[in-house]
Write a protein that binds this ligand. Sequence first.
Ligand SMILES: NC(=O)c1ccc[n+]([C@@H]2O[C@H](COP(=O)([O-])OP(=O)(O)OC[C@H]3O[C@@H](n4cnc5c(N)ncnc54)[C@H](O)[C@@H]3O)[C@@H](O)[C@H]2O)c1
Length: 331
Amino acid sequence: MKRILVTGGAGFISSNMIRYLLHETPHDVVTMDALTYAGNLANLADVNDHPRLRFIHGDIRDVADVTAALEGVDVIVNAAAESHVSKSITEGGAEFVTTNVVGTQVLLDAMRTNPVERFILISSSEVYGTAVTDPMDEDHPLNPRSPYAGTKAGGDRLAYAYWCTYAQPITIIRPFNNYGPYQHPEKVIPRFIIQALCDHPLTIHGDGHASRDWLHVFDTAEAITAACEVPVEGIVGETINVATGIDETVEQIADMILDSLGKPASLKRHVTEREGQVDRHIGSTDKAARLLGWRSQIPFAEGLERTIRWYRENPEWWQAVLASEQTAQAV
Ligand SMILES: NC(=O)c1ccc[n+]([C@@H]2O[C@H](COP(=O)([O-])OP(=O)(O)OC[C@H]3O[C@@H](n4cnc5c(N)ncnc54)[C@H](O)[C@@H]3O)[C@@H](O)[C@H]2O)c1
């Protein structure tokens, strides 16, 4: 049994990860979240009172918060981030740099004075930019194409440098595009589902040909948990993709969602291409299979159906998120 600090617990991936850890493993979980606009305590409502979960309202950029959170911790999983590509393009990179790079540095330095068994950095496939090989393996060049991706690459390589310099037990995980329950409606799959449920147009950047390797968040939770549990000697200093090896275009996803909900294709609206757009992403899966003993289990069509069902059955969750966004904009 370990004590695992998962940062960003009120966000999408971490809340699913925490639920997985509490239900499927014996580990204690501490989470620290700054509760930005993307942090939503409703994401943890069903496990809030769990005896093996402790929630701390704190900021990974704050040395005192981080030091307090690290007490008795064996494993750090740093998933807290500013995570929205479009926001980094329209609003600029300042918050992205401080949380994704400086926050990572604060945690890495804290580990030097409060040693832990292992540190798992949740990086992103966005660090690769558009695929120049198919699939993209962990040696693919890093050509981040948005401020978000640039800051994720910064945190990713900083963690690698700390492993080289201080021989700390650091592993870098690069998940490809996640989807599933509790994902903020700003991200494309929940946005399309909600737009379709409301009979609003599904806005598609460019001609919709951009493709991604889509991974159900339950698969990601399983992979990150494996990184917390496999013998640490096998993964220190390693960078590991977490992917399915299959890609789907944004246009295909819009069609699948409209079809599933019985809505007409005329709801699709093409708008101007997003700056910094990545054309194609498809991840290699061999290294995760070899080092973590993990491969994704949930085929995209099945995962998408489950996700559509979750958003259809939980309108109060996404309506509250949308209402709080409108209130924030009105202030
Ligand atoms: N969602 C994806 O498709 C995807 C894919 C690859 C990698 N990732 C990475 O996975 C991680 C989680 O992504 P997500 O989609 O769940 O993000 P999210 O935006 O849903 O959640 C991020 C959480 O971090 C918290 N946070 C932000 N700044 C913080 C700070 N300074 N201190 C403490 N907490 C802070 C927010 O309040 C929020 O709860 C991120 O590192 C992201 O870059 C996400």
